[in-house]
Design a protein around this ligand. Structure first.
Ligand code: SF4
Length: 108
């Protein structure tokens, strides 16, 4: 049996308090801050390849028209101003706000 000293008890309480504070801090953060999704690419998703997804809409093939980009698409779920965000068509991935794919549908 180990002997508990006031010093070891203090150290334990300090660590436990720090861990609790860290857990409370992480719990208070929006999920996206600490659990960013992998970035979508044609290499990591077959549907992205089929829909010609690109990170940069200026590189998009037809039928893309200039100005069509993910942050203007009804399927985009990222927050305004964020560079990457989720897309309803590609669960489990983040798409680039300036990206594009053939599933683009303009927000009304
Ligand atoms: S469906 Fe819309 S938001 Fe999703 S990747 Fe295609 S253009 Fe971007």
């Amino acid at each position: 049996m180990t002997e508990e000293t006031p010093s070891s008890r203090r150290r334990f309480l300090k660590l436990a308090g720090g861990a609790t504070a860290a857990a409370m801090f992480l719990g208070a953060l929006p999920r996206r801050v600490w659990a960013a999704l992998p970035h979508l690419t044609q290499a990591n998703n077959a549907t992205a390849k089929a829909l010609h997804y690109v990170d940069d809409e200026t590189q998009a093939p037809a039928p893309h028209t200039p100005g069509q980009r993910c942050d203007g698409c009804v399927h985009y779920q990222g927050k305004p101003g964020e560079a990457w965000g989720p897309c309803a068509i590609f669960p489990g991935y983040d798409v680039n706000a300036k990206g594009w794919c053939a599933g683009f549908q303009a927000k009304s």
